[in-house]
Every structure is written in C-alpha cells, then in structure tokens.
Design a protein around this ligand. Structure first.
Ligand SMILES: Nc1ncnc2c1ncn2[C@@H]1O[C@H](COP(=O)(O)OP(=O)(O)O)[C@@H](O)[C@H]1O
Ligand SMILES: [Mg+2]
Length: 338
C-alpha cells in the first residue's frame, strides 16, 4: 500500500514522447503526492493518454525520466507494473462475456482462487451498482455501466496507483456522479489516483492538485485555489431592486473594487471580478463587503448578492488564451478516443 512509499507516487522530469513530427508529450514535469487524486486537465490531443501510457509502462519515453513509487518506468518496469492499474480509453473487459464472467476471469488471471474470484467479483458488482446487470453481456451495457465495470476490473487487486484516463467522457450527468463516487471510494481506501479529464468541473470536484496540460506541456500546476488565484479571486454578482439605480451601482462598484463591471442582460444584474492577486480570497471578501457598504451609503438597494470563485474554465482561458474545446460536461456524445 501507499504507506510503504510515503511522499511521491509519481515523479517525472522532462518527459518526452514524439510520434513522427508530433511532440505529443513535450517535457512534462509532474510530482504526484501519494494518497490523493491528481488531476491532469487538458483538451483533446493535449497529451494526456500518452503521458499515462508512459507512466503505466505501455509506451517508452523518448526523453526525460519518470518514476512511480521511486521505480523508473523503463529500467524497473516490472516493479511499476506490480503496483499500478489502468482504466482508460481502451479496456480490458470482453464485450461478449457478462459483467460477472469478466471479473471472475480477470480475478483468476490475477491468481485468485475460484471462490475468491467470485467473492471479489460479487463484492465489486454490488459496490458499483451492477448486481442486476451481472448476468448481462457487457456489449449490452449502457455507457455508464461500461465505465463502471472497466473501473471494477482495474481494482480487482487494490492497486497503489490507479490511472483513470477520461473516466467520464461522454457520460450523462447521473453516470458521471456514480463514477465520481467510485473514485472517492477508491481514494479513501488508500489508492493514489491519476485522473485525466477534459472537464474542468470534474478536476474541481475530485482532484487535490491539478496540472493543466496543453499541446504536450504543463502550462500551470497547483492546488485548485492556487490555479484560481492566478486569474483572480472571484466574481461579485449583484441584483438590484431598481434598474434605474444600475448606472450608479456600476460606478460605485468600479471605484470600490477597482475592476471592470459587466452589465448583465438582466437589467437589474451586474457582475465584477475582484481581487486578482489576492491568493486566499480573503481580500476578495473584504473588498466585496466594502463595495456593499458603499452601495448602501449611496442609497442603492441590493436584493441579492453573491461572491463566487472563478470557474476552471476561466482559468484555462486565462492561461492559454483559447478555450478548452471540451464538450459540454452533460453532453453524451463521445469524442473519438485517441
Ligand atoms: N500512436 C500515435 N501515433 C501518432 N500520433 C499519436 C499517437 N498517439 C497520440 N498521438 C498524437 O499525440 C498527441 C497527443 O495525443 P494524446 O496523448 O492521445 O492526447 P489526449 O489523450 O490528451 O487527447 C495528439 O496530437 C495525437 O494525435
Ligand atoms: Mg486521451
């Protein structure tokens, strides 16, 4: 288990993989603490799967170094393989077998006795809400069920490190939530998870630290709070009682917050960014409170007020100057797997 290797589960330095002219992974440095979910966030083609495959010893790096629990992924590939498991855009389950048959077969291949393989299979099917579907061929599973059986198959033996490569791409919101719960359960058992995703809210929900990757390079890394702080501490949203007071409110906010104020289509609503550079968000709350006091002093009646953190979408836009090209989180269309 992870306790045997305190510190870092993954450490890479200058990791490179090229395919012909394409530098799919172009000098990636990662440090993933054990026992956490680490998010690798990036759009399609960013190099996420290629990075995961190198870390899981399925692809040989062309440059740089990568260690998993201190073992070099090239020179000590066997040690690495013994401690990791991978669920991803290609899967180990057999479409023609039932969910139960798949788990029992894989359990036997991992060296479990017949009885133990059945027990572990049943346990995972129940934990993942697949008991009723246990006797159905996997090819008849829905997308969400398929993703869950893939993850179940990858944790038959509890791995120290689990790679989840876009585990929810193309899933409906309900299935995404089920997968998220599974990820949380896996981590609570002590497994470190490296999760790749195109979904900013997914990284936000699950990961402790996030690396934002674009065109093979890490363009930002840190805790969620740190990433968000790099584009500002938050936005203030206001709704006024009287639309006629909006010009006055706009002026007061602009002065009090020293920020651009946006007039929303709703004639009583305004939004302003606050506190770029105030890393812990405390400054933002203070500034917002001061602005509210100014409004009250000026006789502007505020019906509704909120202070929100910027979304990771805004973070990505600020970092890359382009959007993520990611499908909408609740879209059910699946992007072509690279
Ligand atoms: N086997 C391969 N042969 C050629 N190019 C590849 C191969 N695998 C990935 N690529 C290219 O490398 C880049 C990164 O791909 P990938 O790691 O799959 O990105 P992601 O998983 O973030 O979508 C893309 O431009 C992709 O087309
Ligand atoms: Mg991929």
């Amino acid at each position: 288990m992870s306790e045997r290797s305190p510190g870092l589960a993954i450490e890479t330095a200058g990791l490179v993989k090229t395919f012909g002219e394409t530098r799919a992974v172009d000098g990636v440095d990662l440090a993933v603490p054990t026992g956490t979910v680490y998010g690798v966030l990036g759009p399609n083609g960013a190099g996420k799967t290629t990075t995961v495959k190198m870390l899981a010893t399925l692809l040989r790096p062309d440059g740089g170094e990568a260690r998993v629990f201190g073992h070099d992924v090239v020179r000590e590939a066997d040690e690495v393989r013994g401690r990791v498991s991978l669920t991803g855009q290609y899967a180990s389950v057999d479409e023609d077998l039932t969910g139960s048959e798949n788990l029992v077969l894989l359990g036997r291949l991992l060296g479990h006795g017949k009885r133990a393989a059945h027990e572990r299979g049943d346990q995972l099917l129940a934990a993942f809400g697949l008991t009723e579907a246990a006797g159905k061929q996997v090819k008849h599973y829905s997308g969400g069920m398929r993703r869950r059986i893939d993850i179940a198959a990858s944790i038959l033996n509890t791995p120290d490190l689990l790679f989840l490569d876009e585990p929810t791409t193309g899933l409906d919101p309900r299935s995404r939530n089920q997968v998220w719960d599974i990820v949380r359960a896996v981590v609570s058992q002590g497994t470190t998870v490296l999760l790749t995703t195109q979904y900013l809210d997914e990284a936000d929900q699950l990961a402790s630290r996030i690396a934002v990757i674009d065109r093979g390079k890490v363009i930002a890394e840190g805790t969620k709070g740190e990433l968000k702080a790099s584009v500002g501490a938050g936005s203030v949203h206001l709704r006024l009682r009287d639309p006629a007071q909006r010009p006055q409110a706009e002026q007061v906010l602009r002065l009090a917050l020293d920020a651009d104020v946006q007039l929303e289509p709703d004639p009583v609503a305004l939004t302003a960014r606050v506190g770029a550079g105030s890393a812990n968000g405390q400054g933002a709350a203070e500034q917002a409170a001061r602005a509210l006091a100014e409004l009250a002093r000026g006789g502007v009646v505020v019906d509704n007020f909120s202070l929100g953190q910027p979304s990771l979408d805004e973070v990505f836009l600020a970092l890359t100057g382009h959007d993520t090209h990611a499908g909408s989180p609740d879209g059910t269309e699946s992007e072509a797997a690279a």
